[in-house]
Design a protein around this ligand. Structure first.
Ligand SMILES: Nc1ncnc2c1ncn2[C@@H]1O[C@H](COP(=O)(O)OP(=O)(O)O)[C@@H](O)[C@H]1O
Ligand SMILES: [Mg+2]
Length: 264
């Protein structure tokens, strides 16, 4: 009998990102991360939650391959991260849109970098622009859009490159409360329709519990994993009902108690 290794099936829930003992000390001596290990399950939404300045953006950038870790390694689909790759798309806090380019060009930009033909990338971009509710705005420029609309452009751009993993750094922090709620609902629907894996960063407990299958609680800097919580809320139901779910309020309270401990 042979013991040939079989490819692991790409099932929902198997880890797609493995963070192994990552530490980061910036030049100048700021110790941002201290021995972080965590797994991000495929097809789920995992949130990094922690106080401002604890190192959330640093960890996301290391996973994206935008900056190196001081020690430790990150694997994506079993392969070590050595730089940015088409399997990961970054959605920035400040949208990071090109101000001189139209919505269409911004959304198509990742495909343009990959040398996809004009007609094909415009077709793909138009589809995703419609999907995030911006049909009709293809020719506008970022300064003509509200913050919420700009964030939708950022999401459409990430969807257009069809990366397996979306790394989202506080995407709702600069939009107002109503816009945020509407976008949270829309995003949940979209991401589950596409079967994307999302690693999401926030400092809002409510946002984390509303969106996440798994919440990784980070301590104050230098950040360590304080606790991992999986809210017992079934996704795919009415998104309106999530905030009324008893487990929603329980989890918010549990996290607050946990964070308080690590804030002292
Ligand atoms: N390029 C950098 N050089 C030096 N220190 C940095 C740099 N980027 C971030 N830091 C510091 O590292 C710590 C973590 O920052 P960051 O990852 O942005 O935290 P968060 O996203 O959780 O608010 C902070 O103290 C921040 O000032
Ligand atoms: Mg940050």
């Amino acid at each position: 009998m042979t013991t040939a290794r079989r490819e692991r099936p790409a099932e929902t829930g198997t880890p797609i990102i493995e963070v192994r003992a990552i530490s980061k000390i910036y030049a100048g001596g700021v110790e941002a991360l201290n021995d972080i290990s965590l797994e991000v399950p495929r097809g789920k939404l995992t949130t990094l939650l922690g106080p401002s300045g604890c190192g959330k953006t640093t960890l996301l950038k290391i996973i994206a391959g935008l900056i190196p870790a001081t020690s430790g390694e990150v694997l994506v689909s079993g392969r070590p991260v050595t730089g940015p790759g088409p399997d990961r798309a970054f959605v920035f806090q400040d949208f990071a849109l090109m101000p001189w380019a139209s919505v269409l060009r911004n959304v198509a930009f990742g495909l343009e970098l990959r040398g996809v033909s004009r007609s094909e990338r415009d077709e793909v971009a138009r589809r995703h622009i419609a999907e995030v509710g911006l049909a009709g705005f293809e020719d506008r420029h970022p300064h003509e859009l509200s913050g919420g609309m700009r964030q939708r452009v950022g999401l459409a751009r990430a969807l257009a490159v069809d990366a397996d993993v979306l790394l989202m750094d506080e995407p709702f922090s600069s939009v107002d409360e109503q816009t945020r709620r509407k976008f949270q609902e829309d995003m949940l629907g979209l991401l589950s329709a596409h079967g994307k894996t999302v690693l999401f960063v926030t400092h809002s407990i409510e946002e984390a519990v509303y969106l996440s299958d798994r919440i990784v609680l980070l301590s104050r800097r230098p950040s360590r994993v304080a606790q991992v919580i999986e809210p017992e809320i079934r996704r795919g139901d009415d998104p309106e009902a999530i905030r009324r779910h008893p487990a929603y309020l329980d989890t918010v309270e549990t996290i607050w108690q946990g964070l308080k401990r690590y804030l002292d």
